[in-house]
Design a protein around this ligand. Structure first.
Ligand code: NAD
Ligand code: ZN
Length: 248
């Protein structure tokens, strides 16, 4: 039976080969920065009038952003873009926890960034989001409501993640068809585990559950096609083994 859709979720591992460090791996960003200082909404709000601490947050995200702008998409991002071109946007859904724009620069469209992205600013007070492209982040007031609680459009710990609803929509058991291809790529499974996407006991409803990850994990058993290794190699192998034969 031909496959209807590819639904892909990716974490930091998919961008690692482009040169963007992951967070939790050895040598990852959390070894150099205190996560509470730069990614905690309560701390951010508590520091409302402390411009030195606020500036540190902006400095951190500007450093991350300039690192991302200096690298290029890799073959894994490009493969996802190729699938959207081949099969159409409705049949290839790309969801990522990443805040980089490497999918977009590879040619992907309608990418769902469940943890936000670095091309926008966000006002925590009124939820206004505005595009800044490649510009640096600045500690400025909200252009809509004048609040000082403006930040990079990255979902901090303790903050709502509004795009989780879009992610759940695509993975919903009533929408999932047995011939769909679900891909889980380059994530340590600690932030958005596959159990949150392929929700038991319906997880087996989909026949093509593909994992592409560098390391093995105790949740690997949820998948029936496993590629341990680099995301680029896994995406290319998955294209040949499953996507081309099944998507038609
Ligand atoms: P993580 O940093 O916790 O783990 C990364 C995973 O990718 C690990 O399981 C690792 O084994 C795997 N990996 C590393 N290199 C790989 C490669 N070349 N090919 C395949 N897999 C590889 O990742 P996470 O759980 O996604 O990160 C936590 C949060 O931080 C997420 O929201 C994530 O998106 C975000 N984050 C984003 C970026 C980015 O935007 N590029 C970078 C770091 C972290
Ligand atoms: Zn506002």
């Amino acid at each position: 039976m031909k496959s209807n859709r590819i639904i892909m979720f990716s974490g930091a591992g998919i961008s690692a080969e482009s040169g963007v460090p992951t967070f939790r791996d050895v040598g990852g960003i959390w070894e150099q920065y205190n996560v509470d200082e730069v990614c905690d909404i309560q701390k951010f709000l508590d520091n409302k009038l402390d411009s030195v601490k606020r500036d540190k947050i902006f400095e951190f995200y500007n450093m991350v952003k300039s690192g991302i702008l200096s690298v290029l998409p890799n073959d894994a991002h490009r493969k996802a873009a190729e699938w959207q071109k081949r099969y159409g946007l409705k049949r290839v859904v790309i969801i990522t926890a990443n805040v980089d724009d490497l999918f977009e620069r590879a040619g992907c469209q309608n990418v769902i960034h469940v943890h936000g992205d670095l091309s926008h600013m966000h006002c925590h007070s009124c939820n206004y989001i505005w595009y800044i492209g490649n510009d640096t982040f600045e500690n400025i007031r909200c252009p809509e409501c004048d609040s000082r609680n403006t930040k990079p459009n990255v979902v901090f710990f303790g903050e709502q993640a509004p795009r989780y609803a879009d992610m759940r929509y695509h993975f919903h058991e009533n929408r999932m068809q047995s011939n769909d291809i679900v891909l889980y790529v380059g994530s340590s499974m600690s932030v958005i585990p596959p159990t949150a996407l392929l929700i038991p006991p319906h997880q087996n409803k989909c026949n093509n559950r593909v994992l592409i990850n560098m390391e093995s994990n105790m949740l690997d058993g949820m998948f029936n096609h496993i590629y341990h290794g680099k995301a680029t190699d896994g995406m290319i192998a998955c294209d040949n083994d499953l996507v081309i034969p099944l998507m038609g």
